[in-house]
Design a binder for this molecule. Structure first.
Ligand code: C5P
Length: 234
């Protein structure tokens, strides 16, 4: 039998770049909060998975009453977020026992497919850290800012064939990620993989999904709406 499965859904950000009154994870797409879409994908992929939802303490009551109103009754352990994403993950890891497999996923990535989640959990049984990445298709420039002006950095070349964008869910053996998060905070920690790597553990990679975007701007919201409509029709 496989290890017990957990997902930590990160939703404690303020999401101010979207501009509206509500943080973006609570905006509705096709009549349902982005956060609910995201949690439902994990429940569909892995029935019986334990869900830990990390929220800004100002929005815990809001989310509880939203779920009640919508009859969204999935059991969730709700945890208060921290100052940065790193501190939010660290708070949530207190709820995760040793000997389990745990996915950490951004609440604002509702388009990840349940197929990818299922496949990743299966692969993650045998490796301590599994990270989804997509190859970079754009030509990247290494530039520096002089005030508002962008300038060439002589000799700095980004070799596209070696560049990949990291996504979530990132899946870990709980012993590995819990130990890694005992490290002191570093501003270079932009995802969980960077914490685990700094701790000295090797990472395994799998190809992610181009549509698994982190909803950040109004354009992302339009794209997510379009994709969800097509998936429902398809
Ligand atoms: O800020 P960024 O876009 O990198 O946030 C990625 C995810 O981490 C979002 O889902 C956000 O809600 C979450 N987050 C968090 N606690 C913070 C900051 C961000 O849970 N303090």
């Amino acid at each position: 039998m496989g290890k017990r499965r957990y997902v930590i859904i990160m939703a404690a950000g303020s999401g101010t770049r979207m501009g509206g009154p509500l943080p973006k994870q609570f905006i509705e797409i096709r009549g349902k909060a982005i956060l609910q879409h995201t949690i439902e994908t994990f429940l569909q992929a892995c029935p019986g998975i334990s869900v830990v939802t990390v929220l800004n303490s100002d929005y815990i009551e809001y989310w509880r009453s939203y779920c009640l109103r919508r009859n969204f009754t999935c059991p969730q352990m709700i945890v208060s977020g921290g100052f940065t994403r790193f501190h939010s993950v660290r708070n949530a890891l207190d709820k995760i026992p040793e000997g389990a497999v745990v996915a950490v996923h951004d609440g604002v990535r509702p388009l990840v497919s349940s197929g990818l989640v299922r496949e990743m959990f299966e692969k993650a049984e045998t490796v301590p850290a599994l990270i989804p990445v997509v190859p970079c298709v754009d030509t990247l420039k290494v530039l520096q800012k002089d005030g508002e002006k962008l300038e060439t950095v002589e000799g700095a070349v980004a070799d596209r064939s070696m560049l990949y964008a990291a996504q979530t869910p990132q899946i870990f053996h709980s012993d590995t990620i819990k130990a890694a998060y005992s490290l002191a905070y570093d501003t270079m920690f932009t995802d969980d993989a960077s914490v685990v790597q700094k701790y000295g553990k090797s990472l395994s990679y799998t190809i992610g999904e181009r549509l698994n975007i982190k909803i950040t701007t109004q354009e992302d919201l339009l794209l997510a709406e379009a994709v969800m409509s097509l998936r429902i029709k398809g």
